[in-house]
Design a protein around this ligand. Structure first.
Ligand code: NAP
Ligand code: G4F
Length: 764
């Protein structure tokens, strides 16, 4: 799925372009800036406000521009934001230069840093031609800008051309002539006229005061122009294109056409006043879009007359519905609910439980400021400001008691590339097959039923179904998609969203939904569950599997705590959340995956065909006995974790200063938590051995330990292997028999710190 970033998404063009891109299957990110009265009315009118991913950004703020590129990671950027009203640019010339002109260099610079392969579109304008003497204007016509706005736009136009040539980037400009629509801002002459005509026709007003009626413009319909700019970025080469109708009409003609629509004589109502004249006027603009017609195969369709009628009719109908007591579409001064806003502040602390919303959150354990787990190239220098605290808090509401992370890293950055591949090892393949077997035992699947796996990774789980069904997956990590597509029906390269599912499977529901090792990653579990409820057939089942809290506490497995996993569920806290959405847990099983997981089977409460198993109450009782509702249980865990940290660090530090060579064994994702928390780095641990060749040559983030193959590590024969996937230690003992029999030792950090050698197991 292509991703586009549209700056100025709240404006006329931003709204129409976003709609077109969504219809073409793009994931659309849009920037908006804080204004005193929220202005999402255009997006609401087109009913796309919930479908766009909004990013707060101001064009004069470099940080927010960088952030918007980072969050959206786009294939295409459409820079539509500008202070676009020519009249105001005379009054705020410096601001205009900053916003409309200089900001474009900032975006281009940010883009070069983020990814020079991003395609860039700059919204240039016919205003740049100014008072030129040519009968028509095309891409070769010289520019004579006649307003601060036009000068800023010309700067932006040239800088885009210069960057295109200098850095060989795909940067194109559309030189668009005036384009109008019912979504046009009210101060532009077209909308000022059509709105006033509507009011006059309904007896709400008796005059329209304008400026220069003789000025001529080439007016087209905005929707069609947005189609053209999409085409501009789909060309083989970047270039400049004029987009226009080729006809020019005076303001007075616009006025006459508009009054004609409602059957009134314009001369009776229209006056002119000096204050609406410009200090310098552009008398005449008429474009020539021959190049667009030839290369883009684009031609305008809506005539001048039709355009005016569309706008007048829409304004009349808005005013009529206002008179009927309905709100105007632009009377929307609140942030509409369910906007998707990606704020970088979300990295700051939560103040309420993500599940039940209570504000009773108690601090339990801090693992310090850490880089989100990653494996990076040798020359990568991490930036301290990318560290995010890893801190656990406990929800004090009795029915909930959810253990969760206080801070959150940007989701997009965590899942853009995912290091873990399900199909890589036999144990995991079997574990996933076990899930589909347990499902097919509980529910009969028939041909064409949809089974959906959310976070489907490389598709291993989907492929293990025995029944002949439609295998559908959502997976945000692009590096896994090609593999996931093999042998499956449809893989959607994205986070799960009901809208997205419905786009591909309109009017269909899923018989089975699985979410394996992902449900605890959700920043908003409530909206996810709402989407599941609407996606799941009423007789269907949802299976959630993830690391379970009791084994994590019992085994002191603090390395389960990573930025990805925001919640650490008990059965009770999960039950509380699901029940608030009309769902019910009907069975639960425990298994050894990830050192101890639970598999929870969920159904709609209204489905009484499925019996609730005793396993549910049994586990809830066990949780009470274990003390999962007590804060003290978690504080005791934190104490044990801190003492493991001390023991581990002291031992490694001492052995390293004694000249012993220590390697990591298994550069696991979770291992990065342990290394960073325990202050272990390449000074103390020389190398890390791993099986996955993709990691060879890379380093563990933050601790900077170079990763090599297991074979190389065996040859180099260190004194110790620090076992990061410690729950597999019995298996490693067998695999590294020779290393152990040659005197090598394992350092096993958990459940209790210990040293293992061939003959003995000793605590330090
Ligand atoms: P518009 O309706 O005025 O929309 C402009 C957008 O830019 C709005 O979303 C606005 O946000 C945003 N913006 C303004 N200042 C900003 C800032 N400092 N930081 C971030 N965003 C800011 O304009 P339009 O008609 O859609 O035009 C789109 C683009 O095409 C503009 O660049 C315009 O100059 C250019 N253009 C337009 C025409 C035309 O006839 N429409 C012709 C040629 C070129 P708010 O909603 O918060 O104000
Ligand atoms: O609607 P306008 O304000 O648009 P203008 O100045 O042509 O600029 C628009 O189109 C440009 C493309 O050429 C864009 F780049 C720019 O961002 C914007 O979208 O004025 C059109 C004509 C002008 O000649 C103006 O002097 O209408 C004349 N006019 C006469 N009376 C008036 C009025 N303009 C406005 N805004 N208000 C009047 O009362």
């Amino acid at each position: 799925m292509k991703k586009a970033l549209v700056t100025g998404v709240t404006g006329q063009d931003g709204a129409y372009l976003s709609k077109i891109l969504l219809e073409k299957g793009y994931k659309v990110y849009g920037t908006f800036r804080r204004v005193s009265t929220p202005n999402f009315w255009r997006l609401q009118t087109l009913d796309i406000h919930t479908k766009i991913h909004l990013i707060p950004a101001d064009l004069i703020d470099m940080g927010s521009l960088l952030e918007s590129l980072k969050v959206s990671d786009p294939d295409e950027v459409y820079n539509l934001a500008a202070s676009s009203y020519v009249g105001t640019s005379f009054e705020e010339a410096v601001a205009n230069a900053e916003i409309t002109g200089l900001a474009v260099t900032k975006i281009l610079e940010a883009l070069l840093h983020q990814n020079p392969n991003i395609k860039f579109y700059q919204a240039s304008t016919s205003e740049m031609y100014g008072n030129n003497k040519f009968k028509t204007q095309n891409e070769e016509t010289p520019f004579y800008p006649a307003s601060p706005y036009a000068i800023s736009k010309l700067y932006a136009h040239w800088i885009t051309n210069v960057y295109r040539k200098s850095y060989d980037i795909f940067a194109s400009c559309g030189i668009l002539f005036n384009h109008e629509s019912p979504l046009r801002g009210m101060e532009f002459v077209s909308r000022k006229i059509t709105n006033a005509v509507a009011e006059i026709s309904l007896g709400l007003k008796d005059k329209l005061v304008l400026g220069n009626l003789k000025a001529k413009r080439d007016w087209g319909f905005a929707v069609e122009y947005m189609d053209a700019i999409h085409k501009i970025l789909q060309q083989d080469k970047p270039d400049n294109f004029v987009i226009c109708t080729g006809e020019s009409h005076a303001v007075s003609e616009f006025v006459k056409e508009a009054f004609d629509v409602v059957g009134l004589n314009w001369k009776k109502y229209v006056k002119t006043e000096k204050k609406f004249f410009r200090p310098i006027e552009i008398d005449y603009l008429r474009g020539n879009a021959k190049k667009a017609a030839e290369q883009l195969k684009w031609k305008p369709k809506t005539t001048f007359k039709k355009l005016v009628k569309i706008m007048v009719d829409e304004d009349v109908s808005r005013w009529k519905s206002f008179l009927d007591g309905k709100a105007f579409p632009w009377d929307a001064p609140l942030y509409p609910k369910s906007l998707k806003i990606h704020s970088k502040l979300k990295m700051s602390a939560i103040t309420e439980c993500r599940s039940c919303g209570t504000s009773d959150l108690f601090p339990i354990l801090s693992l310090g400021n850490q880089y989100p787990s990653n494996f990076v190239d040798e020359d990568f220098s991490p930036n301290e400001k990318d560290k995010i605290p890893l801190e656990l808090v406990f929800c004090g509401k009795k029915e909930c008691g959810l253990l969760q992370l206080k801070h959150m890293a940007s989701r997009e950055s965590l899942y853009k590339r995912y290091w873990f591949r399900s199909g890589l090892n036999e144990t995991m393949r079997k574990a996933l097959q076990d899930i589909t077997e347990s499902i097919e035992k509980r529910i009969t699947l028939s041909q064409d039923d949809i089974v959906l796996d959310i976070g489907c990774n490389d598709g291993t789980l989907l492929r293990s179904y025995q029944s002949n069904v439609q295998l559908v997956g959502f997976e945000p990590a692009s590096n896994l998609i090609d593999e996931a597509k093999h042998g499956t029906t449809k893989i959607i390269n994205d986070f799960f969203l009901l809208d997205e599912f419905e786009k591909h499977f309109p009017n269909e529901k899923c018989k089975v939904i699985t979410s394996i090792a992902m449900f605890y990653d959700l920043e908003d579990p409530n909206s996810f569950v709402t989407d599941i409820v609407n996606c799941l057939d009423q007789s269907g089942i949802w299976v959630i599997q993830m690391a379970y809290l009791i084994p994590m506490l019992e085994q002191n497995a603090f390395d389960n705590i990573v930025h990805e996993h925001l919640q650490y569920y008990s059965l009770k806290s999960l039950k509380n959340l699901l029940e608030s959405h009309g769902l019910e847990i009907f069975d639960v099983e425990l298994n050894d995956v990830y050192g101890g997981s639970f598999r929870v089977f969920v159904k709609n409460k209204k489905n009484d065909q499925i019996q609730i198993q005793n396993s549910v109450n049994e586990l809830l009782t066990k949780e009470e006995q274990f003390g999962l509702s007590e804060k003290q249980t978690y504080l005791d865990f934190a104490k044990r974790v801190n003492s493991i940290k001390d023991e581990l660090y002291d031992f490694i530090n001492q052995e390293s200063s004694n000249g012993k060579i220590i390697y990591v064994y298994g550069a696991s994702t979770k291992g990065n938590t342990l290394l960073q928390f325990c202050n272990l780095n390449d000074k103390l641990i020389k190398k890390a051995a791993d099986r996955d060749s993709v990691k060879f040559g890379k380093r563990t983030i933050g601790s900077n330990i170079p990763i090599i193959s297991e074979e190389q590590a065996r040859q180099e024969n260190p004194d110790y292997f620090l076992i990061l996937p410690w729950h597999l230690v019995e298996f490693f003992k067998e695999r590294e028999k020779e290393f152990l029999s040659n005197g090598g030792k394992f350092i096993v950090p958990m459940p209790k710190f210990k040293i293992m050698s061939n003959n003995e197991t000793s605590h330090s």
